[in-house]
Ligand binder design. Sequence first.
Ligand code: ATP
Ligand code: MG
Length: 268
Amino acid sequence: MPLLAMCSIKGPGVTTAALGLAAVADESARVVLVECDPAGGDLMLRHGLAAKPNVVDLASAARANGSDSAVYRTVVQALHVGDRAVEVVVAPAGGAQSRAALPELTRAGQLVLNPPDRLVVADCGRFEALSAARPILALADVVAVVVRATADALAHLEEHLGELLDVVTGRLLVLLAHGGIYDETDVADVLGRYVAEELMGPVDQMAVHGPLPEDRRAAALLGGGLVAGRRWRRLPLLRSLDRIAGELAPLLAIAPQGGAASRTDVPG
Ligand SMILES: Nc1ncnc2c1ncn2[C@@H]1O[C@H](COP(=O)(O)OP(=O)(O)OP(=O)(O)O)[C@@H](O)[C@H]1O
Ligand SMILES: [Mg+2]
């Protein structure tokens, strides 16, 4: 079940935040980061990973094996952030192969992105009306929309908010990126008013967190340009993401090991 889908409005920083969240997630969540950006992946080139296996192989394995989360065993690669090996499914650059693979991952009945026994973090890239990653948002328990708290970026978010609230069935988290000028309370007030008055929508489906700190060191480390030291978790961006991961944890809890099989037993 647990799927955290992450997208951005006009950038920046969704891939960095997705990898950071995966790197600080509790080990017990057995997190896997899947690059679902229809514009293509970045992790392979940034972190010197292999071109295969990739998201196309995930789609093929899912087609052959249904929704069994064991398919991840054959398609993940380990991306090292300091002492943490984050399991990732990379995507080729360019996007054409990702766009071809995404429909299989989101077709009706396909639950490979919602495994009961591990947390999937899906980097869905920039949110657009016709994005091939849009169906992933509908499958997610939490959708985090990364946006800079500036007047122009928030205006873009408002334009998409009605559509986001329509498509997202789980919790919608507005995650303020680094470099904005408004704080969490200001943004929550403005967006809350907009949702209530203009959209007449459910304000309690949405929460605002952040802003994430401007942290070039952590961003370089998560971008593959810097090797992590022993204290990488103490960098401001990672600490901030760790707090957010803690707040989201109750919404993204995995089934206890062995619990998945017993869920199919319906008491008579
Ligand atoms: N908190 C931060 N502090 C400083 N720099 C950051 C931060 N987060 C991201 N960056 C930098 O911003 C740039 C874009 O980041 P990233 O690739 O995560 O964005 P993105 O939203 O995934 O972009 P795209 O839409 O192109 O996929 C990178 O150079 C990254 O290092
Ligand atoms: Mg990206």
